[in-house]
Ligand binder design. Structure first.
Ligand code: NDP
Length: 240
């Protein structure tokens, strides 16, 4: 039987109570990992993973979360920086509050997640980070100047971290999903959804599990051991 080598590895997923994050948590549990996930509002129903309420915009809460995971599950091998929000509007109408909320969650949230975990991964000389970017960070999107800025930044962050981390045996990669059927996409008006599907060569939205497989691959110490600083696009050929 072939294995991804994730059995017994401790992996933290931010925003793991629903959507793409919940699919990542399920996939990693299926693959034998010991999984902790964070949430802001309410835990996932029926998950056997360790759920911790911790807002990614709060560095103190994220430090406590890291300590709790280590105390309850053991040293952390993998981190998936998944938690994210959008507050879409045409740029002239975009409020500073909506700008700040998206930067705080999607970009500062990555820093708050990784800051307490990375030094220990370097000490142990093993680990893998996956940051969830987006098709919007790659090619831009109308109404998403704030969101796209954070998702492009996630790629720059990941590539830089990969360069620094390689000598410590730690890898960092990004996954850039196209449009995936979660609450975030369900909120798009039907007419706009139809227009988007017509643009996607696969002629459908992606499923959260299709992103989860890509994340599991990039976390795998066996399947992707020499892959770092990469962006894996999961988008049904929705490239440009
Ligand atoms: P959802 O809106 O379905 O879920 C968002 C998740 O992020 C929830 O678990 C939510 O927790 C969590 N979250 C939001 N803010 C915070 C916070 N401040 N602290 C902790 N957790 C928080 O989104 P998706 O599953 O669709 O998106 C997941 C990631 O994938 C995001 O980074 C998103 O930008 C990215 N992405 C999504 C795409 C899509 O088409 N769906 C496409 C490309 C990228 P809670 O429920 O507690 O609020």
């Amino acid at each position: 039987m072939v294995s991804l080598g994730l059995e017994g590895k401790v992996i933290v997923v931010t925003g793991g109570n629903r959507g793409i994050g919940a699919a990542i948590v399920s996939k990693l549990l299926e693959l034998g990992a010991k999984v902790a996930y964070t949430y802001r509002s309410s835990p996932a129903p029926d998950s056997s993973a360790l759920g911790i309420q911790a807002d990614v915009t709060d560095p103190v809460a994220m430090e406590k979360m890291a300590a709790q995971v280590e105390a309850e599950l053991g040293p952390v091998y993998g981190v998936v920086a998944n938690a994210g929000i959008n507050r879409d509007n045409f740029y002239p109408k975009l409020t500073t509050d909506d700008w700040d909320a998206v930067i705080d969650t999607n970009l500062k949230g990555i820093n708050n997640t990784l800051k307490p975990l990375i030094p220990k991964m370097y000490e142990r000389k093993e680990g893998a980070v996956v940051c969830i970017s987006s098709i919007s960070g790659d090619r831009g999107n109308i109404g998403q100047t704030n969101y796209a800025a954070t998702k492009a930044a996630a790629i720059g962050f990941t590539k830089s971290l990969a360069l620094e981390a390689a000598r410590y045996g730690v890898r960092a990669n990004a996954v850039a999903p196209g449009f995936i059927e979660t609450d975030m996409v369900k909120a798009i008006p039907d007419k706009v959804k139809e227009r988007i599907i017509a643009e996607i060569p696969a002629r459908r939205f992606g499923q959260p599990e299709e992103v989860a497989w890509a994340v599991a691959f990039l976390l795998s110490p066996t399947a992707s051991s020499y892959i770092t600083g990469e962006v894996l696009r999961v988008n049904g050929a929705h490239h440009t």
